[in-house]
Design a protein around this ligand. Structure first.
Ligand code: ATP
Ligand code: MG
Length: 647
């Protein structure tokens, strides 16, 4: 493998950082040795109606499984994201909205956001939405998405945000899962200049018998194109909120009242409705957001995720707004109007902190440095990554080309189930190694266990579990407690992440991919990340995915899918070169048996490679592809099936 490199933030960065190296060690120790005192202190960052005294009540024992934080505390999330900022930050920009169309943007102050949220909250109450009623939100990346979430939080109605790119069927399944009275949607979304038929999708989803609970569809006028409005069910958002008071009495919630459910993105199978509650979630998201992103009052913070994913919930809406930050909501895509868009937006709004996914970085890398180089990016001071392991090659490119060597990178490992970040660098305190999520956040006790559940010490590789509880942890899988329990029974007494992981001599954690994707070649277990990173390290390769397939002699062989950089042509010579390259980078054991060219990879809507599908193709079992509805572009699969190398 490439020589492991260590990047430490510059002395200037460290001097201004919120958390210094010694702070990290001290605070981590305190958080583990005396968690109640530690998390009592952290909870003071929020405004509570009743400050909690019962800090943690947790048991991972399968026969007594429960996770409760701050359970005697009373709080409202929207008050923490809005009202408490009004006195000192009323005129501060809460949201910068950047449209898909580069000529459209808007700045919304905390005062204005508060008023908008209150108006919608009142309107929802008038529609009969009460504390505990679910509301489904199916919106594009427009300010109303954040407004809707906060309006629900204000009246104690848990929301279920469905990504605006999901089909009527995926939407219908999620509606059926939580039986809402109200859906909030828009006429259309807009992505890369093309309209997305949101309202029409809702109409289709509501034809299913299992979505009959929906009484009202609230429709934001966004593109203004005509849509079918069915009276009295469908109501325009603007007429509904018009005339509503700009204040709204918040519902006083118990810390453990549900804030939302959100279905996982579906890389591995049927989506689960992950349930998060109010107090602990808000403590965890706001605290991690401040510490890991080294947040300052003047920062302009941009997370490019969609609010349809947990990253959007925790690090576009709740974390940043609870912290009184300025958060960017971007409607568009990285390659529209061209591949410079991200950096044009950075320059336009003087973004200081930028947080995106490896899939976006690899896609931009594929186009070369020119689209980046023609922008300034001088405002940037910190970069982040989330969603998949970031290949060291992509990390270095992000650091060198986008950040011009100036910006530390926080590679943040966490899951929908976790609510917020669990393993990540803290930029001024923890030196970074490209490809490693580095060290655990406060209160988080990761461990690596072997397949029998034995905890491995020191340098080790195996299954990543968490021994401790943290406040933002999920409380159940909605409507499916058995599935919740599964997380705690694989390795009893621990939370099992489903990810494989390696710990190095410095105690750094390296996510090796999903345990289900591990390849076993002649008794050697190999994570997908390492082989893929070796391929991506080749100058002509943009993206790679590897899976195992049945092999007579080795048990499993390695099947690699490779996407080349823009402008590169596949050839037999290059194929041989890449196989030899992996052999040299990792060793003969990792030599791919097959290497298939892939014009594009099958990905989830959130941009993650779906290896489950690639495995079936490699196994020559295309009839067993399973559920492909959460794929971003199902047509990619057919091409790969047609061109498969094993028949
Ligand atoms: P599903 O659980 O439905 O299959 P999913 O796991 O893709 O979907 P998420 O909760 O969005 O849904 O993603 C969490 C997973 O993403 C982690 O388990 C891990 O595999 C991967 N991941 C996220 N961030 C990182 C990171 N920084 N480094 C490595 N892997 C990451
Ligand atoms: Mg998962």
């Amino acid at each position: 493998m490439n020589q492991e490199r260590v990047h430490t933030a510059s002395p200037d960065f460290i001097a201004q950082a919120n958390i210094k190296p010694d702070d990290y060690r001290r605070m981590y120790r305190e958080s583990i040795e005396n968690p109640d005192a530690f998390w009592t202190n952290v909870a003071k960052r929020l405004d509570w109606y009743r400050f909690p005294t019962d800090i943690r009540d947790v048991s991972y024992r399968p026969d007594d499984l429960h996770v409760r934080w701050y359970q005697d505390g009373r709080i409202n999330a929207s008050v923490n994201c809005l009202d408490r900022h009004l006195a000192a930050r009323g005129d501060k920009t809460a949201i910068i909205w950047e449209g898909d169309d580069p000529s459209k943007s808007e700045r919304i102050s905390y005062r204005d956001l508060h008023a908008r949220v209150c108006r919608l909250a009142n309107a929802l109450r008038n529609l009969g939405v009460k504390k505990g009623d679910f509301v489904v939100i199916y919106l594009p990346m427009i300010p109303e998405a954040a407004v809707a979430m906060l309006a629900c939080a204000r009246i104690g109605a848990p929301h279920c945000v469905v990504f605006g790119g999901f089909s009527p069927d995926s939407l219908g399944t999620r509606i059926a899962d939580c039986s809402p009275k109200v859906i909030i949607t828009a006429d259309e979304g807009l992505r890369g200049g093309r309209p997305v038929a949101l309202k029409a999708n809702v109409d289709k989803a509501l034809q299913r018998p299992d979505t009959h609970t929906v009484e009202t569809v609230v429709v934001v006028r966004h593109t203004g194109n005509p849509v079918n409005m069915q009276s009295p069910r469908d109501r325009w958002y603007d007429t509904l909120v018009e005339g509503q008071p700009a204040v709204c009495e918040p519902e006083v919630m118990d810390a453990e009242d549900p804030l939302f459910i959100l279905h996982t993105s579906g890389s591995t199978g049927k989506p689960k409705g992950v349930l998060h509650t109010t107090g602990g979630y808000l403590v965890h998201t706001s605290f991690t957001h401040e510490v890991i992103f080294d947040l300052k009052e003047d920062d302009v913070y941009w997370c490019t995720a969609d609010v349809g994913w947990v990253t959007g919930h925790s690090y576009i809406v709740y974390g940043p707004l609870a912290n009184g930050a300025t958060t960017v909501i971007f409607e568009g895509v990285p390659n529209y109007p061209d591949f410079s868009r991200f950096w044009q937006v950075v320059d336009k709004h003087q973004v200081t902190i930028f947080y995106t996914a490896p899939t976006a970085i690899r896609a931009l890398m594929r186009e070369g440095e020119a689209p980046v180089a023609k922008t300034s990016r001088a405002s940037l001071r910190l970069l982040g990554s989330v969603g998949e392991p970031i290949n060291p090659e992509a990390w270095e490119w992000y650091h060198r080309v986008v950040g011009e060597g100036r910006c530390p990178i926080v590679d943040t490992w966490w899951q929908t189930e976790n609510g917020g970040i669990l393993i990540s660098a803290i930029p001024g305190a923890i030196p970074q190694k490209p490809g490693s999520a580095t060290l655990p956040f406060f209160g988080v006790e990761p461990a690596i266990v072997d397949n029998e559940g034995k905890v491995l010490e020191g340098v080790a590789e195996g299954n990543l579990v968490i021994l401790s509880s943290w406040p933002g942890q999920f409380r159940t899988v909605y409507g499916d407690p058995k599935r919740y329990k599964d997380y705690f029974t694989t390795y009893p007494g621990t939370y099992f992440s489903g990810d494989g992981c390696r710990r190095d001599a410095d105690g750094y954690y390296w996510i090796t991919g999903r345990v289900d994707d591990v390849i076993n070649v002649s008794g050697h277990r190999m994570g997908t990340a390492e082989v893929e990173s070796a391929l991506v390290a080749h100058p002509r390769v943009a993206e790679a995915a590897v899976v195992g397939f049945p092999h007579d002699i080795k048990g499993q062989g390695i099947y690699a899918y490779v996407t080349l950089n823009a402008g590169e042509q596949p050839s037999e010579e290059l194929r041989r070169e890449l196989v030899a390259w992996v052999r040299k980078e990792i060793g003969p054991i990792a030599t791919p048996d097959h290497l298939q060219w892939a014009a594009a990879m099958p990905k989830t809507r959130s941009g993650k490679i779906m290896r489950r599908i690639l495995r079936k193709i490699a196994e020559n079992a295309p009839e067993q592809l399973g559920d492909t509805t959460t794929l971003a572009d199902p047509s990619v699969v057919q091409t790969l099936v047609n061109e498969r190398l094993v028949r």
